[in-house]
Design a protein around this ligand. Structure first.
Ligand code: NAD
Length: 509
C-alpha cells in the first residue's frame, strides 16, 4: 500500500504495523495519543506502562543478561546478523513508518533504516574484535592483560527525530557486548519502537538459543525513563534528547554511580571561506540546514561566512530556499516535510521573534500549506542575518532556522564557531589547506564532529558519533564506542614460583 491522500495516514500506519506483526493494542481509550506530523491525524492510542511494569521489565532484562553474558561474543553476533537481515527485508515498510510518525521525507526514512542495517553489519564484525591489550609487566614470570566483559542492562532513552536508528546504534553494540536492552522511545514515536521490537522478535525466533527479553520496549512519557535512570540494575543509561533532559538524567545516574552516555543538543556551524567551492557549499549547507525540517541534532544552524563572499552566498541560498518543494514527505520530489508538532512551530516562531528583536533580518520562516493541512505545521525555512551572535543564536531551536554571521579573519570565525554552549558538529568549506588544517587542529573546532567540504549532518556509522560541552560527551556507533557497553578488567597473572611485589616493595614474612 502506498500513500495517496491525507486521510490514509492512519490506515497506512496500521497496515505497516500489521505486516510487521505488532501485537500491541493500538486503540486503547484515553491512552497516549500518537499523531502523524504529516496531517495531525491520530495514528494510535497506546497504554503507557506503569511503574511496576517498568521494574518488572528491568528485572527480566537483568535475568536475560546473566545468561547472555556467557554466550560467546561471535555467537551473539549471529543474532545481530539475523536482525540486520530482518531489517533489510522490511526496509521499505520501516522507512514509511518513520515518515508517518516523524515526518521525514521518504529518502531520509529509508536512510535511517539503512543506518540500522549498517550498524548491524558493523556490530557483527565487532563481535570478533572486542580486543583488550596485553601489557608488559615489570615483574619476572608475570603477564598483564586487559579483558572486556558484558556490562549489564542498558537503558536506552531516545528522541523523536531518529525514532529507530538510535535504538539500533545502541542495541546492535549492546547485544554483541553481551548486554540486555530496555528501550524507552520518545512519546511522539512509540510506533516506530514497536515495529523495531517486532522485527527484533523475528530475528530472535530464528536465533532460537538466546534468553527471552534481551530487548524490550517501554511505552510512556518521561516517567518510565525516570525509573530506568534511578534503578541500580541499569548499568548504563544511554540517553538521547535535549540538553534539558540530559541535565536531569546525568546527575541522577551519577548519584547511584551508574554509567551514562549522553547524546544531547547541537548548535552546528558551517564556516565558508573565500577559498571555498561555492557550488559545493550551497548544496552542503542546504541539505544540512533544511533536511528533516531542521530537526536533526546535527542540522546546520549557523553559517559563518567571510564578508567578501557573504552577499553572493546568502543570495544564492535565498534563491534555493525559495524554490524548495515543501509538502507531504511521502510524496516524490518533496524535500521539506513538516515540523513534528505545534509546539515545535511555536518554538520556531518565538526564536524568529527574538532574533528580530536582536536586530536579525529574517527571510522566510512562515507557516505554509495550512489550508491543505490545518492540523499540521509546515514552514518555509528561515534565513536570519545577524550582526552578532546573540543569546537566541547560541540556543538550539529545533527547526529550520539558519543564522548568518559574517567574519573578516579565520580566527574570528573559529571563535564564533566555538562560542556556543553545545559542541556536536561543525564544518568548513575551503580549498586552502592552511584553513582546513587550522579548523581541524587542537585550536580549531571544539566539536565531536569536524568536517571539511561536506555539511554538518549525515554521519556514517563507522565513526564515533557525539559531541562535547552541553552535547553531553557521549560517543555512540562506530570506532571504539563499544567500550561504553562493557566493563574493563585488568588481570595480572603470576606464572613464576616467586611473589615479587610491584614497585620493589619488600614484605618478608
Ligand atoms: P526530549 O529531551 O524532549 O526527549 C528525549 C527523550 O527523553 C524522550 O524519550 C523523553 O520522554 C525522555 N525524557 C525527557 N525528560 C526525561 C527525564 N527527566 N528522565 C528520563 N527521560 C526523559 O527531546 P526530543 O524533543 O525528543 O528530541 C530533540 C532533542 O534531541 C534535540 O535537542 C536534539 O538535538 C536532541 N538529539 C540529540 C542527538 C544526538 O545524538 N546528540 C540525536 C537526536 C536528537
Amino acid at each position: 500500500m502506498t500513500y495517496t491522500a491525507t486521510a490514509h495516514t492512519s490506515e497506512l500506519a496500521h497496515s505497516i504495523l500489521a505486516r510487521l506483526g505488532v501485537t500491541t493494542a493500538l486503540d486503547f481509550q484515553q491512552g497516549m495519543s500518537v499523531r502523524s506530523p504529516i496531517d495531525g491525524s491520530q495514528l494510535a492510542q497506546l497504554r503507557p506502562h506503569g511503574s511496576e511494569e517498568v521494574k518488572e521489565a528491568i528485572a527480566r532484562a537483568h535475568q536475560a543478561w546473566q545468561t547472555w553474558r556467557t554466550v560467546p561474543a561471535p555467537v551473539r553476533g549471529e543474532l545481530v546478523r539475523l536482525l540486520g537481515q530482518e531489517l533489510r527485508a522490511e526496509k521499505h515498510a520501516l522507512g514509511q513508518l518513520i515518515s508517518l510518525e516523524a515526518g521525514k521525507i521518504t529518502s531520509e526514512g529509508l536512510g535511517e533504516v539503512q543506518e540500522m542495517i549498517d550498524i548491524c553489519d558493523f556490530a557483527v564484525g565487532l563481535s570478533r574484535q572486542l580486543y583488550g591489550l596485553t601489557i608488559a609487566s615489570e615483574r619476572p614470570g608475570h603477564r598483564m592483560m586487559e579483558t572486556w566483559h558484558p556490562l549489564g542492562v542498558v537503558g536506552v532513552i531516545t528522541a523523536f527525530n531518529f525514532p529507530m536508528a538510535v535504538w539500533a546504534w545502541n542495541t546492535a553494540l549492546a547485544l554483541v557486548c553481551g548486554d540486555a536492552v530496555v528501550w524507552k522511545p520518545s512519546e511522539k514515536t512509540p510506533l516506530s519502537a514497536l515495529a523495531c521490537q517486532a522485527v527484533f522478535e523475528r530475528a530472535m525466533a530464528r536465533f532460537q538459543d538466546g534468553p527471552a527479553h534481551l530487548s524490550q520496549v517501554l511505552i510512556g512519557g518521561r516517567e518510565p525513563g525516570e525509573i530506568l535512570v534511578d534503578d541500580a540494575r541499569v548499568a548504563l543509561v544511554s540517553a538521547t534528547g535535549s540538553t534539558r533532559m540530559g541535565r536531569e538524567v546525568g546527575p541522577r545516574v551519577a548519584r547511584r554511580f551508574g554509567r551514562v552516555l549522553l547524546e544531547l543538543g547541537g548548535n552546528n556551524a558551517v564556516i565558508v571561506t573565500p577559498n571555498a567551492d561555492l557550488d559545493l557549499a550551497v548544496r552542503g549547507i542546504v541539505f544540512a540546514a533544511v533536511g528533516t525540517a531542521g530537526q536533526r541534532c546535527t542540522s546546520t544552524r549557523r553559517l559563518i561566512v567571510h564578508r567578501s563572499i557573504s552577499d553572493q552566498l546568502v543570495e544564492r541560498l535565498k534563491q534555493v530556499y525559495g524554490r524548495l518543494r515543501i509538502g507531504n514527505p511521502l510524496q516524490e520530489g518533496t524535500l521539506l516535510g513538516p515540523l513534528v508538532d505545534q509546539a515545535a512551530f511555536e518554538a520556531m516562531q518565538a526564536a524568529l521573534e527574538a532574533a528580530r528583536a536582536q536586530g536579525g533580518r529574517v527571510t522566510g520562516g512562515e507557516r505554509v500549506l495550512q489550508d491543505e493541512f490545518p492540523s499540521a505545521y509546515y514552514v518555509r525555512p528561515a534565513i536570519v542575518e545577524m550582526d552578532r551572535q546573540t543569546d537566541t543564536v547560541r540556543q538550539e531551536t529545533f527547526a529550520p532556522i539558519l543564522y548568518v554571521l559574517r567574519y573578516e579573519e579565520l580566527s574570528e570565525a573559529l571563535a564564533l564557531q566555538n562560542d556556543v554552549p553545545q559542541g556536536l558538529s561543525s564544518a568548513i568549506f575551503s580549498n586552502d589547506l592552511r584553513e582546513t588544517e587550522a579548523f581541524l587542529s587542537a585550536s580549531g573546532s571544539d566539536c565531536g564532529i569536524a568536517n571539511v567540504n561536506i555539511g554538518t549532518s549525515g554521519a556514517e556509522i563507522g565513526g564515533a558519533f557525539g559531541g562535547d560541552k552541553e552535547t553531553g560527551g557521549g560517543r555512540e556507533s562506530g570506532s571504539d564506542a563499544w567500550r561504553a557497553y562493557m566493563r574493563r578488567a585488568t588481570n595480572t597473572i603470576n606464572y613464576s614460583r616467586e611473589l615479587p611485589l610491584a614497585q620493589g616493595v619488600k614484605f618478608d614474612l
